[in-house]
Design a protein around this ligand. Sequence first.
Ligand code: NDP
Length: 341
Amino acid sequence: QTVFLSGATGYIAQHIIKQLLDTKKFKIIGSVRSEDKAQKLANNFNNSPDLSFVYVKDIADPKAFDAAFEEHGSKIDFVIHSASPFHFKVTDPKKDLIVPAEIGSAGIFKASVKYAPNLKHFVVTSSYAAVFDILREEDNSLVLNEESWNTMEEEQAITNPVFAYCYSKKVAEQTVWKLAKDLNAKFNINAVNPVYVFGPQCFDSSVTKELNTSCEIINKFIHASPDSPVDESIKGSFIDVRDVAKAHIEPLLNSEKFNGKRLIMDAGRFGNQTIVDVLNEIPQLKGKIPVGNPHRDDELPVKMAKVDNSKTKELLGFEFISLEQTVKDTALQVLKHEGKL
Ligand code: NDP
């Protein structure tokens, strides 16, 4: 069975590839933006014959996926759409974040309907950003669940890159659900909505000075001096990348069960201080990084909106990796790469 995976170079996508290959049940066609990125990825996966690539340069082009689907559509059984810009270094939040997310979703969905007659299931990598209201995260009377939606409108979203990213994920996911109806799609669909994703890069060699947006939250503290502040800029929820990858694969193995579902991948609340508390347990870091105000963030679960993802947990049926484990695994990989273990 063949899976088309968009954004194959991504942090999460590489773990999806690894787990798909491990099942020995799937061939993967990954979309990448350039030949050298494909080459590097192929090498990392030991040039697996089950992994091939197509070039999709910019998902902001409405026809970006057409050529690849025209060529390979008839053999595609599953689509996982994970490509989307996730960073906040933008000059124009609408053009750089919202447009590619929305057009990308529409482009791959329409190509799937048009060129993939045997498609059984479409998974869209959405986000908790499509679920929550960023300005109400600290309202502890609020309960969010798999039916919740980010209510921010575009006018406000384009006023800053973080709002715009959240909005981009909302419109990208909504595009999929809407097109499914409008085009009367015959395949099953589900969304995966992760919170901040942590955990090691799929390959030690992929560790770079600055990591992907979510892991950089941890990386920043690994390299911070003892006198740096532990500010309150980050308050959110975490999930490990290996659990997120699993949540993309379960629906391919059990399509009916996951049809129409949104999976909120959330293993619990954390703040910058929670991360620093865990990092300080690592002997190689103790004394070299900030201490902050230990356990300051321990009360966050009761101070913030409640995330009730019990339906997701029941559907998936596996335990999520703990904060301690995910932070330690992320940090130890970085330290190993830097020869500090
Ligand atoms: P990465 O930045 O590592 O991956 C993003 C992927 O999308 C890369 O393959 C990138 O290609 C591709 N991409 C981005 N913009 C374009 C574009 N305009 N045209 C073509 N390809 C593009 O991020 P993650 O792995 O963290 O994110 C993957 C998905 O998961 C995204 O949809 C993100 O929104 C979602 N997500 C991530 C969370 C997290 O905490 N990490 C949390 C919730 C959701 P290239 O490598 O060439 O730049």
